[in-house]
Ligand binder design. Sequence first.
Ligand code: ATP
Ligand code: MG
Length: 495
Amino acid sequence: MADNRRISTGIPGLDRVTKGGFLSRHTYVLVGAPGTGKTILSLQWLLEGRKMGDKGVFISMVEEPAGLEQNVSGFGWNLDQIEVVDFSVAATSVVTDYDEYHVFPPSEVEYTPVWERICDIIEEKRPQRLVIDSITQLRQFSTDAYQFRRHLFSLLRFLVRLNCTTLLSCEPSAITQDSAISSAVDGIIYLEKEISPERLIDLRSIHIQKFRGSDFLAGTHPMRITSKGIEVFPHVIEPCKDVKLTGEMVMSNIPKLDELLGGGLESGTVTIFTGPSGTGKSTLAVHFLAQAARAGKQAALYAFEETKESVLRRSENFGMQLDPLLENGSLRIRYINPLQLYPDELLAMIRDETAGGGRDVVALDSLRGYHMAMDQFGSTVAHIQNLMHYLKSQRATILLVNETENITGDLRMTEAGISFLADNILLLRYVERRGKLARVIGCMKKRHGLSQSELREVTLSQTGFKIGEKLENLVGILSGVPTIREKNPGTKQRR
Ligand SMILES: Nc1ncnc2c1ncn2[C@@H]1O[C@H](COP(=O)(O)OP(=O)(O)OP(=O)(O)O)[C@@H](O)[C@H]1O
Ligand SMILES: [Mg+2]
């Protein structure tokens, strides 16, 4: 009778990728170049088995048991109760006189001692979890490709009879040279390691090519080898859910700004704060977070360009005391160190922190910082879209800070090309007035409800934001250098 029991992989994230773990009695091949983590992954799986009371056997074709034990001691692991069988070159040279054959036909016995011995060991130990590391080395114990295929098929049939679930490791060249391996096994899992396009960091990933009897998460899933072993960050494509807006508002509590926004930012929408460096976008985003936190909401800032300390210091300069909010947990500030997290890892962290309605208002500062931090991992627009879909499904109100590259000159709404994600766009710009710089704020897009279309002067001081009166004489806001035209017709127009 078919046994479709799932065997937990013991690798954080991999059960999600495999939608429940390996299938009992199936044989999987782990394909990867040297150093990609095949041995570590298979040992971690055996150790998980030990926890569950499954017997584990590790047949080592390369590393001697002592070396293996030493290599994994860095993870704080010991291999007690895992049967490590030494088939390294040193060990196999003494088995040539082995003469009991019962799995392979007599015509092949001349070349089969090692294959036979492996079967005997498996029969004797009766493991529930077996690893052969690696079949690339096993290949040399068959005379040719044809015999190797026969040996492998016999071994796999034998394993099914013994109710054993197996991981075979293999180098990519072996699987490309011999398609028999791919067709014989139940699953193929690739481990990869490449250097990032900027050549700064290693990018490790895992993807499944074949997984008989089960669905799995398609695509490439980033992974890490840390001092705790392997961790996989499943790349989950978040469904784009249409969440009903409640009509509740996230307010700045600066009357003229809320007025400009038609009452505030609707809960559950995405707002982009866009403008050049220094116009106050980040401070304004933090202001909204602090107001939400004070109103009893849960707020979070993920800062890619500034440390928590720097955010706190700057906020204090503008009259915002964030410490009490941090202390009571209504506000959380996380500095995301560039190159420290994979996009899917960041999403996993945000998921953990926002699950079950954990955070109501979430700000990312800035899109450019996100882009710089995550650029190594493929399309940042796709990743940020995925993140937005997740946060929206959690009914979070999202604030995105977007720094435009040019202080003056043509305005590109969002450098990262994601303005289509925004429900609201708040624009901050510098303008020139009588040789001095002033800041203006305007609402360029408001998907729900009415907003005021004018621009207003905004000043930032120790007491926070002050929004001035409507500026009627402003020209050139969307191109060139915005200038306030003086009312007096006698005055020369400034550029
Ligand atoms: N304690 C540790 N912390 C972080 N990374 C580690 C640690 N120990 C090993 N590694 C990483 O794991 C990699 C080795 O993994 P592993 O031995 O499983 O690779 P493999 O695919 O089996 O390679 P091979 O084909 O050579 O046997 C090393 O390249 C190293 O980067
Ligand atoms: Mg190895």
